[in-house]
Design a protein around this ligand. Structure first.
Ligand code: SF4
Length: 366
């Protein structure tokens, strides 16, 4: 069986207005956290016993607050702990202003072969509003430097649905991404969580008509430019889908290390470290839950319907039984008739034009 490893680096130099991830701006305990991650890897390696690691992903937070040497030390630790003979993808999330030529070469030398760069917008007014550290010019220069350093698998994140932005501005973001030729684009609608800077300041999102138009433009232009829309928020050039995220969506086992990181045993057990650096360093932050069969079914259907492959009926029956399959098909039937859902062989998936309203329909399956 194949598996994945996730390492959470919970440190950031500046806090972005919309961000709801677990992170802190104090880097004082960074060294201790990195040491503890190495220990945790050894302690919890049995979760991936008998599996072959295919992908490794450093997320955060901002993993690029660490030196390439610090990150490489964790990779060497993984190589000693797991079967890494078939690892295909080693990704690091990065902030553009950390990506100097020397830093990028350091990442390549340590073995990273994929970058996920948090760009969010190519407009300085948006970036200032979001409290990002970088400018639009720095973002473009960072991608160009990454190419020169030999990265041929680059993903960028963009955010739409900003109040005050225009459709033209968003269109320019999409065109700039296409011009840069990045292999992968994740585009997320802005959401405002109460505990974020935006939530506290009462920031709002764009009107629904603008968000809808932005999503439509995104799908249309990236489709024309040769990107596959393979998940509701993710687009990739051929053979450049995120293998790590695709593994999550397929439900294969993954081990998540670091404060706030989540793991899954590939069957029913989820576990996670509490979002607390103090608890993590004390070694008492791990919690877990065993999903019931119906919780696992709901999760499987929800995650699968967010991908272009959708739900495979045979797999659904194997995992959850013939009755669940029949229930699923009965709920899907009226939506298939209206063209909201499409049948492709043994798979049922959303038509791209209905992905944006998919959440309300997905609820009907539960
Ligand atoms: S979006 Fe990324 S860089 Fe910004 S605060 Fe959140 S984790 Fe840190």
């Amino acid at each position: 069986m194949v598996s994945s490893l996730y390492i959470h680096i919970p440190f950031c130099k500046k806090l972005c207005g919309y961000c709801d991830f677990f992170k802190t701006m104090s880097l004082v305990r960074k060294g201790e956290v990195l040491e503890r991650i190495a220990e945790e890897m050894a302690e919890r390696s049995s979760l991936l016993e008998g599996t072959t690691l295919k992908t490794i992903y450093f997320g955060g937070g901002t993993p690029t607050v660490c030196t390439p040497g610090e990150l490489g030390a964790l990779l060497r630790c993984a190589e000693r702990t797991f079967d890494c003979s078939e690892v295909e993808e080693i990704t690091i999330e990065a902030n553009p202003d950390d990506l100097s030529e020397e830093y990028l070469q350091g990442l390549r030398a340590e073995g990273f072969n994929r970058l996920s760069v948090g760009i969010q917008s190519f407009h300085n007014s948006d970036l200032q509003m979001m409290n990002r550290r970088h400018t639009a010019e720095e973002a473009v220069a960072a991608i160009e430097r990454a190419r020169k350093a030999g990265f041929d698998n680059i993903s960028i994140d963009l955010i739409y649905g900003l109040a005050g932005a225009t459709l033209d501005q968003w269109g320019e973001n999409v065109e700039q991404a296409i011009r840069l030729g990045v292999e992968h684009i994740s585009a997320y609608h802005l959401t405002i969580e109460e505990n974020t800077l935006f939530g506290k300041r009462g920031v709002t999102t764009a009107p629904e008509e603008l968000s809808d138009a932005e999503y439509e433009l995104l799908c249309k232009r990236l489709g024309e430019a040769g990107y596959e829309h393979y998940e509701i928020s993710n687009f990739a050039l051929p053979n450049r889908r995120s293998r790590h995220n695709s593994a999550y969506w397929r439900g294969t086992p993954y081990l998540g290390l670091g404060p706030g990181a989540h793991s899954f045993d590939g069957a029913r057990v989820r576990s996670w470290n509490k979002a607390s650096i103090a608890a993590y360093l004390e070694g008492n932050s791990l919690e877990d839950e065993t999903l019931s069969l119906s919780e696992r079914y709901e999760e499987h259907v929800m995650v699968s319907l967010r991908t272009s492959e959708g739900v495979n009926l045979e797999e659904l029956e194997t995992l959850f039984g013939g009755r669940k399959r029949a229930e699923f098909e009965a709920t899907a039937a009226p939506h298939l008739e209206r063209g909201v859902l499409l049948k492709k062989g043994d798979n049922i998936a959303f038509a791209e034009s209905h992905w944006l309203i998919s959440d309300s329909i997905i609820e009907e399956f539960f």
